[in-house]
Design a protein. Structure first.
Length: 190
């Protein structure tokens, strides 16, 4: 199949593809993700033998494009912010300290293993030094760092799984049911 024929098959479904992408990425990015997926598909159109499978074939490409987009946002979160958004963020007064945690994160911390939850609360939330936490808990400093690393990794995974955003995104980008609690607070998730 050639690229123009493939695009003629896929373009009537474009709005559906954008809605699907918007469930996983920020609405402003959904159109870009679909466009990148369409470009990939048109470049590989010759690989599609059966035109009746075009939509299913494209959905696989779109899912990969969404995953690539989310991976890029984790590694370089500011890359996808518009310059105007950055200026607005830099100029806006902060009502809440940057190191405050959002309601989503606080809930997920309470669901971690008790040893992990205590270490992450004491170090990341309360600002205690890891050595002091190790001394208070009667464990080695290395153990505190290991627990902290594992707790942060699990916490990032939970925020990503439940909220659909990484810990590097603003809490307001979160689409989970807890966003109502966070929506009036302009802070970053852990």
């Amino acid at each position: 199949m050639d690229a123009p024929a493939l695009l003629r098959l896929l373009m009537p479904e474009r709005a559906r593809f954008v809605r699907l992408a918007a469930r996983r990425v920020a609405e402003a990015d959904a159109e870009d993700v679909v466009q990148r997926a369409l470009l990939r598909a048109s470049g590989r159109a010759a690989l599609l033998d059966d035109p009746s499978r075009a939509r299913a074939w494209f959905y696989r490409i779109l899912r990969r494009a969404i995953a690539d987009h989310l991976r890029d946002r984790i590694h370089d979160p500011m890359k996808h912010r518009a310059a105007a958004d950055l200026e607005t963020l830099e100029q806006a007064p902060r009502a809440v300290p940057v190191d405050a945690t959002c309601a989503c994160t606080e809930r997920f911390v309470s669901e971690l293993r008790p040893g992990y939850a205590e270490v992450i609360r004491r170090v990341d939330v309360e600002g205690e030094e890891p050595r002091a936490v190790a001394s208070a808990l009667g464990i080695s400093s290395a153990n505190v760092h290991v627990r902290l690393h594992r707790a942060r990794r699990l916490l990032r995974g939970e925020v990503m799984r439940r909220c659909g955003v990484s810990s590097y995104h603003a809490c307001l980008d979160c689409e989970c049911d807890l966003v109502r609690r966070c929506s009036d607070r302009a802070e970053l998730c852990i």
